[in-house]
Design a protein around this ligand. Structure first.
Ligand code: 2HA
Ligand code: ZN
Length: 265
């Protein structure tokens, strides 16, 4: 799939389009969910020349992303509104050179937008991506109800069992999400501890399920990040379709999943 051209305008319109998908899927009630995009590849000339130079302190030093800018959804705003008016429901922040604070770059005005309540998790994950040096730029959190429902089943709150179930419901899940999901036991939303556990879960995966809360995914652009969540929810939906028809789904065998793992997609 073609990489999106990293201009600020194209990034903002792609985030807006995907925000609409999250709403349409029923994964983004009220202010639910948040998206951030690292703008390190965007040309400097794309950025507004003027911005508020107030330093807003961060709870933890974000050294790995010091000096970097992010397009990030605003706290207490709706995905369905962002889909139509991205710059009224999201903002650009720049982390200060010492990593101790951020400035709001784009938004000058009375509405005083502030970044998502999950800023700590977003910055911790972007820091992980920077340390890894991969082409991932997008961090996406949504309340994908099909995946949340899986984490309501105590027996499934385990990475091995979750991945066996998700891969077993459809062969393409293993092909398209070969590393599966990480699992984060329940932690209060918006906390640094939740960010730390999410980073741990994403060490070996591009998707982490938050127990009884939602999903976090990372990817190179908004569409491909959405795809990961979309594919996993298809598997979860097949599981629940079978269960609601009174069938315990058989799933693919370990051998079939292993065989799929050898295919380069
Ligand atoms: O943005 O989804 O987890 C609101 C949330 C918090
Ligand atoms: Zn949430």
């Amino acid at each position: 799939m073609a990489e999106s051209v990293p201009t600020l305008t194209s990034i903002i319109s792609e985030v807006a389009e995907v925000a609409g998908f999250l709403w349409q899927r029923g994964w983004a009630e009220r202010n639910a969910g948040n998206i951030s995009v690292c703008l390190k590849d965007v040309p400097k000339s794309d950025f507004p020349a003027h911005y508020q130079r107030v330093d807003i302190p961060l709870p933890e030093i974000a050294g790995d992303v010091a000096g970097m800018s992010f397009f990030i959804t605003a706290t207490n705003h709706r995905m369905r509104d962002l889909a139509h008016k991205p710059m009224e429901n999201a903002l650009i922040i720049r982390i200060t050179e010492d990593g101790a604070a951020y400035n709001i770059i784009s938004h000058i005005g009375p509405t005083e937008l502030r970044p998502t309540s999950e800023l700590a998790s977003h910055l911790a994950i972007h820091s992980l991506i920077i340390r890894r040096g991969t082409s991932h730029r997008v961090v996406m959190h949504t309340h994908a109800k099909e995946l949340i429902a899986l984490t309501q089943i105590k027996d499934l709150c385990n990475e091995e069992r979750l991945n066996k179930l998700l891969w077993g419901m459809h062969p393409e899940t293993k092909l398209l999400v070969p590393d599966g999901v990480g699992f984060v036991p329940y932690i209060i939303p918006g906390t640094t501890a939740l960010g730390e556990e999410t980073v741990r879960a994403l060490e070996n995966h591009n998707v982490a399920l938050w127990e009884k809360h939602g999903v976090f995914a990372i990817g190179p652009n908004p569409h491909e990040t959405f795809d990961l969540i979309d594919i996993l929810t298809r598997s979860a939906s097949i599981y629940f379709l079978c269960r609601s028809a009174g069938i315990e789904p058989e799933g693919l065998t370990d051998g079939q999943i292993e065989e799929l793992g050898k295919i380069k997609f």
